[in-house]
Write a protein that binds this ligand. Structure first.
Ligand code: COA
Ligand code: ZN
Length: 309
């Protein structure tokens, strides 16, 4: 059986845009539940400007607590620049992620840099992180469509990817930041990108805005990708990318993958505990396309009345 490596980004992508800010203890509790469900990798937080994203202002407190609580869990933190890297390194982060958007306007809105500057800063950050002995992920954001500039040329995505790989990124993450991609495009783009990027270094990050998250993940699987981002309960979205709904829900991805014969190492009943916890914390219903069905099935399996009937 082939294994998928899923990075749950709910603690970062999921929480960065929520009206209710979780405290550090609650974030740690969420990550503990994800780890207990067998999630092999989490994106725990981001070391960005607290003015830009107040929800992530406690990154420096969270990371040491997390490293102590779950020393064996693979976890990463997003950093937008060298200052973020410095803060992350000081906190004890072992893996970082940089975000380079494939368009001018998205970089401006997200990190206040033009494309050339953002490319240079991302590459230097990856390079410096490697020098510090950290593992590196590099996102190419808005890799399909930009909320400001519309459809993004494949050549722009390929240029960003090449530069980030050249800088030495261990993993390249092709991100559909606003959830605008369709499976046909995913197949086409990944076929092109995987001509120059080894599949074992390629990951994908989908949002489910148009209900095509699972279909896009299937297209990526068919293209040979085995590394996926997803978010428990489908929470997520970039505050600087208007129109981005939640991420592809981890439970949807796990269900699709396991039912299709792939191994994820993630227990769905246990993952639902993380979703329930996030729901209680955020005080609103969460979940992907399959969550209601999964919950009904779990109730049937676990409740004696239901099984007796
Ligand atoms: N962490 C914390 N503070 C940071 C920082 C970081 N990584 N990078 C810069 N700063 C601080 C500077 O020290 C400076 O502080 P001061 O005002 O007290 O002197 C202030 O932020 C402005 O610095 P500057 O370099 O001019 O940054 P900016 O205002 O142009 O903002 C970013 C650039 C990248 C820091 C900011 O846009 C950002 O954090 N963006 C992240 C967006 C994000 O998280 N998006 C979602 C994930 S994709
Ligand atoms: Zn995202």
């Amino acid at each position: 059986m082939e294994t998928l490596v899923i990075t749950d980004v709910s603690p970062r992508d999921g929480l960065q845009n929520q009206p209710v800010a979780l405290d550090t203890e609650a974030k740690l509790a969420l990550i503990r539940l994800l780890a207990a469900a067998g999630v092999p990798s989490v994106e725990a937080t981001s070391f960005v400007s607290p003015k830009a994203v107040p929800q992530m202002a406690d990154a420096g407190e969270l990371v040491p607590l997390l490293n102590r609580a779950l020393p064996d869990l693979r976890s990463s933190a997003l950093v937008p620049n060298l200052k973020g890297l410095e803060r992350a390194h000081a906190a004890g982060v072992r893996e970082i992620a940089v975000v380079l958007s494939a368009t001018e306007t998205m970089n401006r809105r997200n990190i206040n840099m033009d494309l050339a500057q953002a490319t240079d800063v991302s590459a230097r950050t990856v390079d410096e992180a490697r020098r510090l002995g950290l593992r590196t992920r590099a996102y190419v954001a808005v890799a399909f469509e930009c909320p400001f500039e519309g459809p993004v040329p494949l050549a722009a995505v390929e240029r960003c990817s090449a530069r980030l790989l050249e800088a030495g990124a261990d993993e390249l993450v092709i991100a559909d930041t606003i959830g605008a991609a369709a499976p046909g495009q995913v197949s086409e783009r990944l076929a092109a990108i995987s001509r120059s990027v080894p599949l074992e270094r390629l990951a994908v990050h989908f949002h489910d805005t148009r209900g095509m998250g699972v279909a896009n993940a299937w297209a990526a699987l068919q293209a040979g990708v085995r590394r996926f981002d997803a978010s428990a309960g489908g929470i997520g979205g970039c505050p600087f990318a208007p129109g981005a709904a939640g991420n592809l829900a981890t439970e949807d991805l796990v269900l699709m993958a396991e039912q299709s014969g792939f191994h994820t190492g993630i227990s769905l009943p246990d993952l639902l505990e993380a979703v329930d916890f996030a729901e209680a914390q955020l005080q609103r219903p969460l979940g992907g396309r399959s969550t209601a069905w999964l919950r009904r099935r779990m109730t049937r399996v676990t409740s004696p009345e239901a099984t007796a009937g």
